[in-house]
Design a protein around this ligand. Sequence first.
Ligand SMILES: [Cu+2]
Length: 178
Amino acid sequence: MLNLRTLMSLAVTALFIQSAIGAKHAVGGPDGEWNQVTNFTTWAKGERFEVGDTLEFTYNAAHSVLEVNEKAYDDCDTSSPITIESSGTTSITLSSVGKRFFICGTSGHCENDGMKVTIDTVSSTTPSTPTTPSKPDPADSPADPPTKPEKTRNAGNGGYEVNLAMLLGFGLMSLMFL
Ligand SMILES: [Cu+2]
């Protein structure tokens, strides 16, 4: 039977699961936002963008968020953007590996004030099917020299699946005991 505690448990569990699946990146944060004084090159260097993560642009009415191609990015060309957002809060989901380019659409802000940022998205560290034998596997040679490093999990970013399982378990436990 659904009661308040059950609903709260579900909500808490959902929050944990969400945080485990995709990180949110407040553009220019935590101290800055999408404005003329934040250094987005420095900011982006300190972030790791993975598939499934979300960009959160926060800005006032003086600015906008234009997604552009690389050429337009280099030239600060606002004439033919891929998308234009000006709501003040723009969420962008990074759904695939690769670079994406964002500039401000206000005249001068890209070229003069550095309101431009490149987002280089890498694949999620969630373990996936290991189908990457770049060189033929010497399956028949028993004396494999220890040249290739042991497969290690990236300690800082790995373990999403484990976390997810634990959180699901936590949520179910909450349901049972609350
Ligand atoms: Cu601007």
